[in-house]
Write a protein that binds this ligand. Structure first.
Ligand SMILES: [Zn+2]
Length: 90
């Protein structure tokens, strides 16, 4: 069981959160022409990294905020958590 420190609520059980995917994915710029391939890559292609990874989590059963979690996907160690708008260098 993971305990995730929500930046708004403090430490909570993993059961209160839903995993939201890779937090490093950048959406194509609004109103910019993109090829079908670029759009497919944005929508479907994801890496499955082993090690330190910045992830999005949704505090579904708490404050309902999206947060970023810097977590080791191998050991599940959580290094830090951030508000969704925070810029994080990985
Ligand atoms: Zn929260």
């Amino acid at each position: 069981m993971l305990y995730i420190k929500c930046p708004y609520c403090g430490y909570r059980s993993q059961n209160e959160f839903a995993y939201g995917g890779d937090a490093t994915i950048k959406r194509p710029e609004l109103n910019k022409e993109v090829t079908d391939k670029e759009w497919d890559n944005f929508v479907y292609l994801r890496k499955s990294p082993r090690g330190k990874h910045l992830e999005l989590w949704h505090h579904v059963s708490g404050c309902r905020q999206w947060i970023k979690v810097l977590r080791d996907t191998n050991t599940h160690e959580i290094f830090n958590t951030y508000k969704s708008e925070d810029k994080v260098e990985t």
